[in-house]
Design a protein around this ligand. Sequence first.
Ligand code: PHB
Length: 393
Amino acid sequence: MTLPRTPLLAAATAVAALATLSATAVQAQAQGPLKVGLMLPYTGTYAALGNAIENGFKQYVAEQGGKLGGREIAYFKVDDESDPSKATDNVNKLIKRDNVDVIVGTVHSGVALAMARAVKESKTMLIVPNAGADAITGPLCAPNIIRSSFSNWQPGYATGVIAAQKGYKKAMTITWNYAAGAETVKGFTEAFEKGGGKVVKDLNLPFPNVEFQALLTEIAAQKPDVVFAFFAGGGAVKFVKDYDAAGLKKSIPLMGSGFLTDGTLEAQGAAAQGLITSLHYADGIDTPRNKAFRTTYAVTYKSQPDVYAVQGYDAAQILGAGLKAVKGDFAKRDAMVAAIGKMTVDSPRGKYGLSAAHNPVQDFYVREVKGPENMMTGIAVKVLPDPARGCKM
Ligand code: PHB
């Protein structure tokens, strides 16, 4: 490029350049970058989940030319370690120290509950890209809190529907003893018992322990028709392998919400083959939208995407739609939230809208592990809304 030689020419060049920018872009540029805090687990049993969410979020931003609603994005990162005891301090790093506009996080329900309480007070916008804690779109619901994932009740309920349809009568459940485990099991029990089954025993252990042997011995002794499990990340890898190694997989079918086999298949190997789960995503969803998402992800990150990547991708899409509606002017929060409430999220999982409590109203698929994928084999429940018990907005 040749440089303008006189001040007059320089001014004329600048005016011409400005004229070619749209009014939106000018406005958005004047506001500087939007500050996005990523509060996710980058260490511990959920580390891979946190990374996938960040990758998905950044993939969507990259597809929009690196901007959302015309705004550049500046990222601030905190590793929450999936540790609820550090959650309030961690979220305050983003709210008070970094003064971010939006927080995207997190994976662990216990950590997310502390985050929701903090942003209810500070009014910081929070987009939850995984944690299913029912209260977040229940009693803690708020205009500034939006979820791009699910409520714990949803995948539990959908899996209970399938287990009952299969004719199982007697189930045992096993999970970590915290909000996600307890609420997922509750959803499973509700649907399974409505369908004629009975949950005879709930087993659990503290998060993130993986000493499953004593509990597996109890399952072997009780011989239920089916076992329902909620585990995810590194813990899910170990559980599925231990269940198989204990010789249980052949005699007592293992089912779970789809987190049991999502993002974990390579590490689980043969132990996961044939497992049936339910989730709002499946690798093999045969749509151009999902195929394009998967191809770009695989090329960019040299790994296969999973449900967590989809939820991160959708978090960016939701934020982008809100910002676009106000031409990047984040101060117009009410208008942003109203636009988000009305939007259709064009997700790799399929299109969905948000409930009044800001939780996805979405289909739950039946999935079966075949080779390296959670293949979609049917629909467990079409358009399943979260009951949003206790939400008043
Ligand atoms: C949760 O704590 O809410 C949670 C964690 C991991 C999952 C799903 C839910 O895969």
